[in-house]
Design a protein around this ligand. Structure first.
Ligand code: PMP
Length: 460
């Protein structure tokens, strides 16, 4: 492996610098006192190489389901470079060519929506919605309708307010006091039923209405939901759920905010996850796959009706959305996003996602027949999970250490897979697979082949 430019040739210097000065996201640093941090230095297509030159098949698109179009896309790098050389940045009311064109292209894929607000991360895009909902409450509902519903197990980001809207309590546990006004509704995972009887999707949706009636419909402005819950365990809502949720929201004049940070940009086999379910959202947020990690960009997309609520007081200094995001005006993001979208379209990656997702689910179902430890498999497109249980009857979750051993075994075989809820006790352990949308049948078979071997070795 060669390194050039301002990168050192000696990777041990990189490892030493990392160990001494980088505070990594999401993990305990103790292990780095004795082992080297893994440094990924190169990527091409579905594969990445670490600093030791070892090749890995990446089944999690950059760890957190981001690199939808795969690694090493020269055309995206070129688009960003050309744009930055020409015009890198100007803030505030100034528009930009890629910002305008990407917004137009995006809206073409999202009938019923018409306005794009740019930011940098999924958390931030969600925060924009929370602020819009609060401002609508102040200006149009006499201060009522300020609460926002969120669902158990869903995740909407890492800031204090996004954590307040998060359904994985342990993530927020030590960061209180949280922002008031966020109210939890139950999750809809049928495998872990909370109610008996038929029509589980309807029952789970009706549980939302119970919460609305308890809180008072005139206090609730919006509901924030993932179309398919990602980090909370790959929860594909049961039949009938979304129709009922939408009916309930319309009945009580509650705005629907769909968090597409993971599901957006083709991940589930439609441009957006909500499009599987006939939902008409008032807000859609997106980030990860928008530029596949080639640049930081997030979007909050909304309707003209919502937009109009912010422009009816043109003379009032408080009449507009009082928000700015410095780098939300950067041109690199939309330039990368435009090329990313072109690739998804021209290479037919949404159809490929549907086909490869079906293959992945079929392979996982075959593994479930073979390995008793797989209690449930679920997924949509190329976002799939396999929940591991110690006992299929009691559904007692598999020991976290064993699940981690499966992940480590796959890693040793050169396949990077993910594990859900590791840091969230009380939720269940699931393997998570979200390969890039360019995956081939051989890639899919290699991923499930590695899991097969690992399950055999760890669980016997
Ligand atoms: N929403 C969902 C559904 C997510 O999975 C994530 C991140 N994993 C976020 C929001 C937050 O995005 P970011 O990390 O870019 O702030």
């Amino acid at each position: 492996m060669a390194m050039d430019g301002n990168q050192p040739n000696d990777i041990s210097a990189v490892v030493a610098a990392d160990r001494a000065h980088v505070w990594h996201h999401m993990i305990q640093h103790k292990p780095f006192e004795t082992i080297d941090p893994r440094v990924i230095v190169e990527g091409k297509g579905m594969r990445v190489w670490d600093a030791r030159g070892k090749e890995h098949l990446d089944a999690v698109s950059g760890g957190v389901w981001t690199v939808n179009v795969g690694y090493g896309r020269v055309s995206i790098a070129d688009a960003v470079r050309d744009q930055l050389v020409k015009m890198c940045y100007f803030a505030g009311s100034a528009g930009s060519i890629p910002g305008a064109i990407f917004a137009q292209r995006l809206i073409e894929k999202m009938p019923g929506l018409s306005r794009v607000y740019y930011a940098n991360s999924g958390s931030e895009a969600n925060e924009k919605v929370f602020k819009m909902v609060r401002q609508i409450a102040h200006r149009h509902h006499g201060g009522k309708k300020w609460k926002i519903l969120y669902r158990e197990r869903d995740y909407h980001g890492t800031t204090i307010t996004a954590l307040s809207a998060g359904g994985q309590q342990q993530r927020a546990a030590q960061y209180g006091p949280l922002t008031p006004g966020f109210v939890e509704v139950p999750h809809c995972l049928e495998y872990r039923r909370q109610w008996d009887g038929p029509d589980y999707g309807i029952r789970a949706a009706d549980a939302i209405e119970d919460v609305i009636l308890r809180e008072g419909p005139d206090t609730i402005g919006a509901i924030c939901l993932e179309p398919v819950t990602a980090g909370g365990g790959v929860i594909v809502p049961p039949h009938g759920y979304w129709d009922r949720v939408q009916d309930i929201c319309r009945k009580y004049n509650i705005l629907i905010h769909i968090d597409e940070v993971v599901c957006g940009m083709g991940r589930t086999g439609e441009w957006f996850g909500y499009q599987h379910y006939g939902i008409k959202p008032d807000f859609v947020t997106m980030a990860k796959g928008v530029a596949s990690g080639y640049a930081a960009i997030a979007c909050t997309v909304t309707t003209e009706a919502v937009f109009d609520m912010f422009k009816d007081d043109a003379d009032d200094p408080l009449g507009h959305f009082r928000d700015i995001s410095t780098f939300g005006g950067c041109t690199a993001g939309p330039a990368a996003a435009l090329e990313n979208m072109r690739i998804i379209e021209d290479e037919g990656l949404i159809a490929n996602t549907t086909a490869m997702g079906a293959r992945l689910m079929a392979n996982l179902a075959a593994l479930q027949d073979k390995h008793a430890v797989i209690g449930d498999v679920r997924g949509k497109g190329l976002f799939c999970g396999a929940e591991l249980v110690a006992d299929r009857v009691t559904k007692e979750p598999a020991a976290e250490k064993q699940v981690a051993a499966v992940v480590a075994d796959c890693m040793a075989q050169g396949v990077i897979i993910g594990m859900m809820n590791r840091s969230v006790p009380g939720l269940n352990c699931a393997l998570c697979l979200a390969p890039a949308l360019i995956a081939t049948p051989d890639d899919i078979d290699q991923i499930t082949g590695a899991i097969d071997g690992a399950l055999g070795r760890v669980f016997g």
